[in-house]
Design a protein around this ligand. Structure first.
Ligand SMILES: Nc1ncnc2c1ncn2[C@@H]1O[C@H](COP(=O)(O)OP(=O)(O)OP(=O)(O)O)[C@@H](O)[C@H]1O
Ligand SMILES: [Mg+2]
Length: 295
């Protein structure tokens, strides 16, 4: 499904498309987090898209807001898109996916960002929701949009930053009431920097962590399979996965280790099908030594 053209002058929106899209299946299938978490995410999204419009606000206050929190490189942004794509398949109806990035707003000076945030939530998103499709809105890196309004932050941030947070809160409330077909997915790698009232509005907060040994193993195999179908040494793989998990490297770095192995050896750059676990293990040790030397 091709991306829909974003109307000119709409600030904050960096992507707009209809899902499902086969090209997006990987964003769900190849992001390895616990099955229990994936089940909860799927259940939440299906319930929100199917039933939220029937709920009464006071009896079951549902904002249609899911938060994925966790360190960089753990799959939050990818999973958000993958979840919307997966949900579209499960509910058997196309979904409109709206990608909002706080860095696509104008400068946070002169009240401009507060105005454009308000415009986004009060006009643009309701207009998009009016198309009638179940709509998933990604608020990526939400710590830059709903900046925590604590005392310390008040001292270091211009007052406009806090006004923008107020506008986000009012905006989420407005969309929750006026557009029951909209569900937000917010991501953050800095939960402490997100405003408490924003987090309080979340229906579900999932902590996506560093991959454990089993997940590292799966990610390594999945990445190496991009290059070769050759059999892999299982005991070496198990040892490497344990070592990666013990050093708390994130999933993105696990995949990049395979790339590092290719960069380390000319033969592999020329013929990546020759890659073996020992090469990735050597890359891991080299990275670890470089890191230790830097500290
Ligand atoms: N849990 C995971 N399983 C498999 N691959 C992963 C996982 N997490 C991240 N990756 C790999 O890293 C890439 C980047 O992940 P993504 O950008 O979604 O992370 P993020 O948590 O949003 O990071 P950031 O906080 O820096 O924005 C993914 O496209 C994928 O290749
Ligand atoms: Mg991200």
């Amino acid at each position: 499904m091709p991306a829909i053209v974003i109307p000119p002058g709409v600030e904050g929106i960096v992507g707009l498309r209809e899902l499902p899209d086969e090209a997006w299946d990987d964003r769900w299938d190849r992001i390895f987090v616990s099955e229990a978490m994936k089940d909860r995410l799927r259940n939440y999204m299906v319930f929100s898209l199917r039933h939220r419009h029937r709920l009464r606000e006071v009896a079951l206050p549902m904002h249609g807001l899911l938060v994925l929190s966790g360190p960089p490189g753990t799959g939050k942004t990818t999973l958000a898109g993958g979840l919307a794509n997966r949900a579209a398949r499960e509910i058997g109806s196309p979904i409109l996916f709206v990608d909002i990035n706080p860095h696509a707003f104008p400068s946070q000076l002169l009240g401009e960002s507060q105005r454009s945030v308000a415009r986004l939530f009060e006009r643009t998103l309701p207009d998009l929701a009016q198309r009638g499709l179940p709509t998933v809105v990604l608020l990526d890196e939400v710590e830059a949009l709903a900046v925590s309004r604590t005392g310390a932050s008040l001292e270091t941030n211009p007052v406009d930053v806090h006004r923008a947070t107020d506008a986000v809160l009012a905006g989420v409330d407005h969309v929750a009431r006026a557009c029951p077909n909209v569900t937000f997915v917010a991501t953050t790698n800095h939960r402490a920097g997100v405003d408490g009232a924003f987090l309080s509005r979340a229906d579900l907060i999932e902590e996506v962590g560093f991959p454990g040994a089993d997940a590292v193993r799966t990610i390594l195999v999945d990445t190496i399979r991009e290059l070769t179908d050759a059999p892999l040494d299982e005991p070496e793989l198990a040892v490497l996965a344990e070592a990666c998990a013990a050093s708390q490297i994130d999933a993105r770095q696990v995949r990049k280790l395979v790339l590092r192995a290719v960069c380390d050896r000319r033969e592999l750059a020329l013929d990546p099908t020759a890659i073996r676990i020992a090469d990735v293990e050597a890359a891991f040790r080299a990275e670890r030594d470089a890191l230790e030397a830097a500290v």
